[in-house]
Ligand binder design. Sequence first.
Ligand SMILES: C[S@@+](CC[C@H](N)C(=O)[O-])C[C@H]1O[C@@H](n2cnc3c(N)ncnc32)[C@H](O)[C@@H]1O
Length: 305
Amino acid sequence: MNNLILNPNINSSWLFRADILMEQDFSQVPNQDINADATDPKPIIIQFESFQLDKLLIRRLIPRNPLRDPPLDQTCLTYHNSGTNVPFYHPKVKALAFLHEWDPNTSEGTVSIHYHFFDDIDSSPKLIRTGLHLISTLHKHGEGAKKGYVKRVHHDTIIPQATVQSTYARLKKKYARKLIEEWVETTDPIKHCFEDLGIAAFLIELWAQMYRDTSFPGFVDIGCGNGLLVYILRQEGYSGWGFDARKRKSWDKFADRIDPASEENTGQSIRQLVLLPAILQDKPQQAPDEGQRADPVDTYSCDCI
Ligand SMILES: C[S@@+](CC[C@H](N)C(=O)[O-])C[C@H]1O[C@@H](n2cnc3c(N)ncnc32)[C@H](O)[C@@H]1O
């Protein structure tokens, strides 16, 4: 390629040669400034995402017959894209292709996968495993389509998937690390944190839709467990509170005081209460078993659940 850039006459017999007006090599000294002001003509520089500029060169194409064809100045840019820039979820290849070959006479065919490797990253057992996985998934879905498989369960019918996903990603970035590091329960922090961040993302987007034209009425998390969901929602500016029959260690961290003037219930944002539906309140109360409940717990009456 370099040779063709320096000798355009290889491709065109109308040209004598190329005169190199400017040349700058960034591959050895990567962070040097582009010397654009010092030259005339000025180079035309284009940046491509995840590509690094290696070499910058301005050439003047010198025609054999300058009376008929004027010279032409060109910027020639050489970039490289290292495989290390490929994200983790993508196989470390420059390109991949599925090839479907089909013989209509025998009604038989094959599907194959083809990799175009980076110069410095060759095939590996992992790339072969990924290739086999991709091709077997394609085969499975192809067989399903052939048999007339129709998706029966439709997800994301209430809120678009991308809307919830981007809110979920935002919440994860903001809260996940700290919540997991400071987890005080014996339960799995990863499971609980990601689950509640996901529920919070869904509720935030659901409420944005439901209360688009009215003010948010507040929430109550009945049986809030560790109180994480209450905490996240309140941190995000949604007024509300939660309660649970059993007090949890996390409450010391997650509960905050509610402003009595603005909230329905005064006191803490997470409280120890037992929901007693009205239907049960009419029946004679049974005494709890010995040792079943150590402390007396307030009840929260409710006509419906
Ligand atoms: C399956 S856990 C769910 C906890 C939390 N919402 C979560 O998703 O992690 C059910 C919770 O409801 C609470 N609970 C069950 N019956 C209750 C009642 N009548 N009043 C208050 N809390 C109750 C339990 O103590 C328990 O923490």
